[in-house]
Design a protein around this ligand. Structure first.
Ligand SMILES: [Zn+2]
Length: 70
């Protein structure tokens, strides 16, 4: 297994390009919200270079972490 830095996860923000292809998981919203997306809505497949989308449920900006490569 690859070694992860122990400094915590890297988060990708809505509007930024995805650096690697993989499945991304919604970590939290940028603004506080009562939105509570489903598990399906929390996970999105992205290709490298694709723009990180907003939350599928409420369409506002969010932070995403890379859940799985590929
Ligand atoms: Zn939302």
């Amino acid at each position: 297994m690859a070694t992860n830095s122990s400094g915590g996860k890297t988060y990708y923000k809505t509007g930024e390009p995805a650096l690697v292809k993989g499945t991304y998981r919604l970590a939290r919203h940028i603004d506080s919200t009562t939105c509570s997306p489903s598990e399906v809505e929390r996970q999105i497949p992205l290709s490298a270079g694709e723009t990180i989308p907003p939350c599928k449920s409420c369409k506002t900006g969010a932070y995403w972490s890379l859940e799985k490569f590929g």
